[in-house]
Design a protein around this ligand. Structure first.
Ligand code: HSE
Length: 450
């Protein structure tokens, strides 16, 4: 009998009765509901995203997160929530010991940094959607996270509803990321779609993007590429461990794109998109930029319309993977904020694996880009600074060329975005230094010079 009891008290019983193991775990100290931290939230901002989050939280009771107070700037504005929830005093939230999570969704980057850094120092975890603030203060925010041990999550700050940061951190945590290219700004993608597929003019399309709550309060940030490069700055940190300030990354927006460019795109069966790209080079460094680009119809990004965003990741063994989802708007952004809040229940933190656990990559300027440039006045285009020209159309009212130019030339000069000049990358625009040298050698050989 004793032998039988011993037999059943051994692992055999758990094998034939799986609930046995679970019950054993539940009763043991190792399975502890306390690992799901109780969250008491202080929210900064009740605009498009803040109000969206308020509604989303109400519809997610399973999260058991209590929204205790909301700090707003303008007390006169009518709010769709009980007046007792609001205050204009930030310290009411930042100094409340019961509040253990600060969610910050305001669009003043300096004020946001003040709030986030104080909250971390006061022992609170933080969820932020402020891409400009994060991009401009990344080194300091990295330091604060290390110093305080608190968690700062910002999945909603890039590509809104697409879980790109957590995937780069957790899934692509190794060194095999060959390239990443993405549409990271919903407003510009919305405007390009409405203009070139539905015939709206730029103003109408922008107004619609503003009405729908996609555009920044200063839409210049969207149109001129600032928002996209800000997002790209910290996506580069999670993808490659690169910590750079946004102004060191080559970028432009869609402000110079002309109707003539759309005509050329149509002739070539391409679309024009604002694309953020990073590519690992043979020298181990990374070329990164945010520029308008001709996208072929069979490119995953051609599928991304309106306020949607898309990310194509190319890794060592998996080849290409495509993430797609809404990149702007109240609920899509609130959904990512909610996911970060939920992750805080089990004390999730970014480990910045590529930065701290691997050898971080460096940015390289030693590459060449194949570009299309359209212009009004030939005199303003330094033709001699191109490595070579592949197309030249000087007869049209709007002239254009296609050629290969060094990345450094674009980084160090501004002629290509002034005087009504429009520069658009061709598909697969990156040409490596070694390839250029090979091509030049070959042409000299063909010419019988060497
Ligand atoms: N203005 C931003 C965009 C909002 O259009 O993508 C989301 O970050």
């Amino acid at each position: 009998m004793n032998r039988v009891r011993k037999f059943f008290s051994s692992g055999f019983w758990s094998l034939i009765n799986p609930t046995y193991e679970l019950k054993k775990l539940q009763s043991s100290k190792t399975y502890n509901m306390e690992t799901h931290k109780q969250l008491v939230i202080g929210l900064f901002g009740f605009g498009v995203v803040g109000e969206g989050l308020y509604k989303v939280l109400q519809q997610t009771p399973s999260l058991k997160a209590q929204l205790k107070k909301v700090c707003i700037k303008n007390p006169e504005k009518k709010r769709n929530a009980p007046a007792s929830l609001f205050t204009t005093d930030k310290d009411v939230l930042l100094n409340d010991p019961e509040i253990n999570v600060i969610v910050e969704v305001i669009d003043d980057a300096d004020a946001a940094y003040e709030i986030v850094s104080t909250a971390l120092k006061n022992g609170k975890d933080v969820v932020s959607a402020s891409k400009k603030m994060i991009a401009e203060n990344l080194p300091a925010l990295l330091g604060l996270q290390q110093q305080t041990g608190q968690s700062l999550l910002y999945e909603s700050a890039a590509c809104a509803s697409i879980p790109v940061i957590r995937n780069l951190e957790e899934y692509y945590d190794n060194d095999l990321l060959h390239s990443i290219k993405a549409i990271v700004n919903g407003s510009t993608n919305f405007i390009l779609t409405k203009m070139f597929e539905e015939g709206l003019d730029f103003r109408q399309a922008l107004m619609l993007a503003q009405q729908l709550g996609f555009a920044e309060s200063n839409p210049k940030l969207d149109i001129e590429g600032f928002d996209a490069v800000n997002k790209w700055t910290f996506l580069l940190t999670h993808a490659y461990g690169i910590v750079e300030s946004p102004e060191n990354i080559l970028f432009n927006g869609i402000q110079n794109i002309q109707a003539g460019d759309a005509r050329v795109a149509k002739e070539k069966n391409h679309q024009i998109k604002l694309v953020a790209q990073a590519k690992k080079l043979q020298n181990g460094k990374v070329a990164a930029f945010v520029l308008p680009q001709f996208v072929k119809q069979d490119d995953h990004l051609a599928f991304v319309k309106n306020e949607y965003n898309g990310v194509v990741i190319e890794s060592g063994f998996a080849d290409k993977q495509f993430f797609y989802g809404k990149g702007a708007g109240s609920f899509p952004t609130a959904s990512a904020v909610l996911s970060d809040i939920s992750a805080l229940r089990y004390q999730y933190k970014y480990e910045y694996k590529k930065l701290y656990h691997h050898k971080p990559h460096e940015l390289s300027q030693d590459v060449f880009l194949r570009v299309y440039v359209s212009f009004d006045d030939l005199q303003l285009i330094p033709r001699d600074r191109f490595e070579w020209l592949e197309e030249w159309h000087a007869q049209e009212e709007r002239k254009y060329l296609v050629g290969v130019i060094s990345f450094r030339e674009l980084k160090e000069n501004t002629w290509w975005k002034e005087n009504n000049t429009s520069l658009i990358l061709t598909p697969d625009p990156v040409i490596e230094d070694v390839e250029i040298r090979k091509l030049k050698k070959k042409s000299l050989e063909l010419a019988g010079i060497i």
